[in-house]
Structure formats: C-alpha cells, structure tokens
Design a protein around this ligand. Structure first.
Ligand code: DGP
Length: 113
C-alpha cells in the first residue's frame, strides 16, 4: 500500500491542525484553504478514492458525512457549508486517500468550476 501525505498525518509523521479525531476518522485544516473554513475529513482506513469504496464502507462513509456536518456546526458555519469529494485527476483529486472537503465562510457559486 502506498503512503500518502494523509496516511502520514494519520500516523503522526506529518503534523496537521487536527480539529476532530475518533476511532474511524480524522479531520484537520487544509494547508491551502479555499474558504475561511476548509477542513478535510478522512477515514483512517485507506480508501484511495470514492470510486474504490464498496458496500462494506457504507457505514464509514455515512460517519464521515455526519462528522463533517458536526464540525461545520462546531466551526460556526450555521447551515451554509459545502461538502466536496474530488474523484480522480480530472476532477481535481491530488491526494490519493479519500477525503471530504468541508468548505464554509463565503458564498459559493453553482455549478462549481
Ligand atoms: P484534493 O485536490 O481534492 O485531492 O485535495 C487535497 C487537499 O489536501 C488540498 O486542498 C490541499 C490539501 N493538502 C495537501 N497536502 C497537505 C498537507 O500536507 N497538510 C494539509 N493539512 N493539507 C494538505
């Protein structure tokens, strides 16, 4: 299994500004924030990308979304936030360990770029 920056953050090898952690997941501030609130929620289990997730991951994926929503509340985002998963290079994925972007604190347009 290939190490990524995120697996090194999970192991503590690389520091990160952690905002939430439990048995299944970790959430930390994005190093290159695209909004006043930009947090990444990642599973501790290595899933390379969302397209690789399968039925046994359903509960974990639901947990990640619930955690992201709780962090949005804790960060004072109210009901205005966006959750994003980039899958594959053409969709903007640059780190190959599944992550949910939690973005908030500014207005977002639709469709996204
Ligand atoms: P994506 O492009 O969807 O794969 O998002 C990857 C995000 O990861 C990107 O917004 C920047 C962030 N990132 C990359 N390296 C690091 C790092 O070492 N620390 C933290 N906190 N975030 C990182």
């Amino acid at each position: 299994m290939t190490d990524t920056i995120f697996s090194k953050i999970i192991s503590g090898e690389i520091p990160a500004e952690i905002v939430y952690e439990d048995r299944q997941c970790l959430a930390f501030k994005d190093i290159n924030p695209q909004a006043p609130v930009h947090v990444l929620v990642i599973p501790k289990k290595t899933i390379v990308k969302i397209a690789d997730a399968s039925e046994p991951d359903e509960k974990l994926l639901g947990h990640l979304i619930v955690v992201a929503s709780k962090i949005a509340k804790d960060e004072g985002c109210g009901d205005a936030f966006r959750l994003v998963i980039n899958n594959g290079e053409k969709a903007g994925q640059s780190v190959y360990h599944l992550h949910i972007h939690l973005l908030a604190g500014r207005n977002f347009s639709w469709p996204p770029g």
